[in-house]
Design a protein around this ligand. Structure first.
Ligand code: NAP
Length: 297
């Protein structure tokens, strides 16, 4: 039996269209500032896609490009200026930053109300506390995909493979807040395959090409593949061997075209939510209900 492929491109397009319709009703243009330090080609491509998607949703995106030898003080001064700019609703500093800049200093300098990446400790704390706040875009995108395909998270046995601050940990927190029973696995986990086989919902975020094999997947499980890995031949693959896993799973996200498109759509969602909440003087932004609804209903 073959799994349903979850079309992230289609779900992301629907979310972007919904956001564009919401933005059209706002009496202002939400502003997103993306700061790019250095000239890493992959980051530059990613920033360009963010710009295009933001413009299509009616969000004013500006990219601030700083040279690779920018000092930490200069970057923090740029962030302080954006924090104080009333036209800017969301600030994203493309990570990683060059080695002379402390990533943690950058993350903590961003106004939590404009922290559309959801990495500021205040937003991390709110998420782990189950309170409203801005949530990292990739795990938020996974939750949006699960909701779209009608996966019932409440009470499900979920396994999150990976414990990074960007994906694994916030993913586990979101699933816990949504009443899943969550196990977090990582590089020190004993018998990873057995842990995976117990999961009704498996989210893989390890950065290891096709590590999750078909016989690691329980019958009729839902598999969300966050991984993006480039093979020596140039092909992009996920953390799961998709064809093998699809013979066991009920549904699976492809790579590319699964979680990836949701990340940018959720960045736009966070920007709109941050703008509505900040400009109305509400505090803080919601993450569990629709972020388009400032009441978080
Ligand atoms: P990361 O910071 O490198 O974290 C990887 C996690 O996987 C760590 O917790 C690590 O365990 C665990 N791990 C590594 N090798 C393992 C192994 N052999 N067995 C079990 N666990 C292992 O990576 P990340 O930033 O979370 O990203 C993960 C993947 O998602 C990457 O492929 C990345 O490109 C992709 N990604 C995609 C999007 C998107 O938009 N689709 C966004 C972000 C990331 P330890 O903690 O024990 O080291």
């Amino acid at each position: 039996m073959s799994a349903t492929l979850i079309d992230g491109k289609q779900v992301a397009a629907a979310l972007r269209a919904q956001l564009a319709a919401r933005v059209a009703t706002l009496p202002y243009t939400p502003g997103l500032a993306v700061v790019l330090v250095g000239d890493d080609p992959a980051s530059a491509v990613y920033v360009r896609s963010k710009d295009r998607a933001a413009a299509a949703a009616g969000i004013a995106a500006s990219t601030i490009r700083l040279p690779a030898d920018t000092s930490e003080a200069a970057l923090l001064a740029t962030i302080a200026r954006l924090n104080a700019d009333p036209a800017i609703d969301g600030i994203l500093v493309q990570l990683p930053v060059p080695p002379q800049i402390r990533q943690v200093a950058v993350i903590e300098a961003i106004d939590p109300a404009k922290d559309v990446d959801g990495f500021h400790p205040l937003n991390v704390g709110r998420l782990h506390d189950g309170r409203p706040g801005l949530v990292p875009c990739t795990p938020l995108g996974v939750m949006r995909l699960l909701a779209h395909v009608g996966v019932s998270v409440r009470g499900a046995r979920a396994l999150v493979l990976g414990r990074s601050a960007i994906v694994g940990k916030p993913m586990a927190a979101l699933l816990t807040n949504a009443d899943a029973t969550v196990t977090v696995a990582h590089s020190r986990t004993r018998d990873l395959a057995a842990e995976c086989r117990r999961a009704e919902l498996l989210v893989a975020a390890v950065g290891r090409a096709e590590m999750v094999r078909g016989d690691w997947v329980a019958n009729q499980a839902v598999v969300i593949d966050v991984g993006i890995n480039r093979l020596p031949d140039g092909r992009l693959v996920g953390d799961c061997a998709t064809a093998e896993c699809a013979t066991h799973a009920a549904a699976i996200t492809p790579v590319p075209g699964g979680v990836g498109p949701m990340t940018i759509a959720c960045l736009l969602e966070n920007t709109v939510a941050a703008s509505v909440v900040r400009r109305a003087g509400l505090c803080p932004a919601p993450h569990q209900g629709s972020a388009l609804d400032p009441a978080g209903a």
